[in-house]
Design a protein around this ligand. Structure first.
Ligand code: BES
Ligand code: MN
Ligand code: ZN
Length: 493
């Protein structure tokens, strides 16, 4: 897609379709729009009347103008009430316009939306993100694509001249989101610990990053008994991925992003029963997928921040050499864990990944994981859970999430609940009682981070959507790549 940020008045713009954004209940044709309507013999006012378009969020109306060499179609899109708008309204409106333009088989599109908060840069980036995310198509596993590919070739962002950099930032971030979507959508016979490690190596090659893949023996030497316990039943080798982006000069900060990388989660001997969604457990590397997606964007954006991208990748399978329920594992910080449920495997892999990250001497660690069904029960499919031991870091992540339009809710680190994780024989069990299951999971992870400020994100709900969900479409969403990138870039105000 070619984007142009230009100041051509919309009256003079020519092309297949012009998208015009309206605030709710402020749909009147004044100024240049009145002029445009007059020129088009009242086509726009007729469209307004016929469709009773009121500018409600998510609504649109479209008509042919009858003009061939001017504006061929007019598309009105609603943005909602001015007092309920946020930056994501621009993403959503642009997505509505682009989706309509795709359906109408347009090649060239003009986009005329107001500027958000006097901030043309943020406006431009949000519009580009909305368009890119909405037009994404993944036909890798279809012999015949179901939906016709978009014909859109060029999109002009009117009134946003000079914002070329914001355009490319939006495109780069979306390239990271797309990588995450592709990794999550691909099934477990395509995305394995081996291919995940290969993806990290490809990223390192493409963007000049350092990469180290620790094999089983390397992990044994580091004492990663928790990670390797999970990996035992798989016929595939575990891969501990450590990808590093280093800026040219002295880094302003050093950060680590740790993603749960279960390329399949059968539950192990605590096998997932039918109805538990076992067939969806390819998404259990959503944390690793978003981590690598963020790496792809960071590798191109090149901030003055050092970032370590980490994932302990394996599968949770069953076999004669798998771990038994009740086995005791020793993590790389020396703590022992009684595995009272082999299906609580993510936290076991993360335990060693967090210890590894902590030893790097970074300023902050963020882990992200499709960790618990309990978090989905608590917050539903659109909102991720956030836990932290550090208020400032939690603030940073919350702000980055807000700008990205990805939703998180701060959850409590209720230390008392750790009592439910006490083991008679080992330092702790890996699961507690059912109530507060996403909280005890976070408290478990906390055992593996010493003093480094740390945030845990449970993304079990939002990584996948079964039904069409705005610019996230359907299927893998790429959540929360944009939040991670904003956070690393320091876009928190
Ligand atoms: N990968 C699952 C969590 C999950 C559930 C992700 C639904 C996406 C959608 C995790 O490994 C798991 O199995 N968690 C168990 C924990 C339980 C055994 C304490 C769960 O949530 O049931
Ligand atoms: Mn599990
Ligand atoms: Zn899992």
């Amino acid at each position: 897609m070619e984007y142009r940020a230009i100041d051509t008045p919309r009256l003079n713009w020519t092309g297949d379709a012009l998208v015009i954004g309206f605030f709710e209940d402020a749909v009147d044709l004044t100024g240049d729009l009145r002029q445009m309507d007059e020129r088009l013999n009242g086509t726009i006012s007729e469209l307004l009347q016929e469709t009773e378009f009121k500018g409600k969020e998510g609504t649109s109306a479209c008509t042919r103008t009858g003009v061939r060499d001017g504006i061929r179609k007019i598309m009105l899109v609603g943005m909602g009430k001015p007092d309920s708008l946020n930056l994501d309204s621009w993403r959503r409106t642009a997505a509505t316009g682009a989706t309509l333009a795709k359906k109408e088989r347009c090649k060239t599109l003009g986009m005329s939306l107001p500027v958000w908060n006097d901030d043309p840069e943020a406006t431009t980036q949000a519009i580009v993100e909305g368009i890119e995310l909405a037009l994404y198509q993944d036909n890798r596993f279809k012999s015949e694509p179901e939906d016709k590919p978009s014909k859109l070739e060029q999109i002009d962002l009117l009134g946003l001249a000079g914002q070329q950099e914001a355009i490319s930032r939006g495109q780069i971030i979306c390239s990271g989101v797309f990588l995450a979507r592709q990794l999550v959508a691909a099934p477990a016979n395509e995305v394995t610990p081996i291919t995940l490690a290969q993806t990290a190596q490809d990223l390192a090659q493409a963007y000049g990053m350092d990469v180290e893949i620790l094999e089983r023996e390397d992990c044994e030497k580091l004492g990663m008994g928790a990670f390797l316990g999970v990996a035992k039943a798989s016929d595939l080798p575990p891969k501990f991925i450590h990808l590093t982006y280093k800026p040219k000069g002295t880094p302003r900060r050093k950060l680590a992003i740790v993603g749960k990388g279960l390329t399949f989660d059968s539950g192990g001997y605590n096998l997932k029963v039918s109805g538990s969604g076992i067939e969806m457990m390819k998404i259990d590397m959503g944390g690793a997928g978003a981590t690598l997606g963020a790496a792809k964007a960071i590798g191109q954006l090149k901030p003055d921040v050092e970032v370590h991208f980490i994932s302990a990748a394996t599968e949770n399978m069953i076999s004669g050499h798998g771990m038994h329920p009740g086995d005791i594992l020793k993590a790389s910080n020396g703590k022992t864990i009684e595995v009272n449920n082999t299906d609580a495997e993510g936290r076991l892999t993360l335990a060693d990944a967090l210890v590894f990250a902590d030893k790097l001497g970074v300023d902050a660690i963020v882990d992200l994981a499709t960790l618990t069904g309990a978090c989905v029960v608590a917050l539903g499919n659109d909102i991720g859970g956030m836990w932290s031991t550090d208020d400032i870091l939690a603030q940073e992540l919350s702000k980055a999430a807000e700008i990205s339009g990805e939703k998180f809710w701060l959850m409590p680190m209720e230390e008392k609940y750790f009592e439910g994780m006490k083991s008679v024989v080992a330092d702790m069990k890996n699961t507690g009682p059912r109530p507060g299951g996403s909280i005890t999971a976070a408290l478990f992870l906390q055992q593996f981070v010493k003093d480094t400020p740390w945030v845990h994100l449970d993304i079990a709900g939002p990584v996948w959507t079964d039904k069409e969900n705005g610019y996230n479409g359907v299927g893998a969403t790429g959540f929360p790549v944009r939040t991670l990138v904003n956070w690393v870039m320091g876009e928190t105000d």
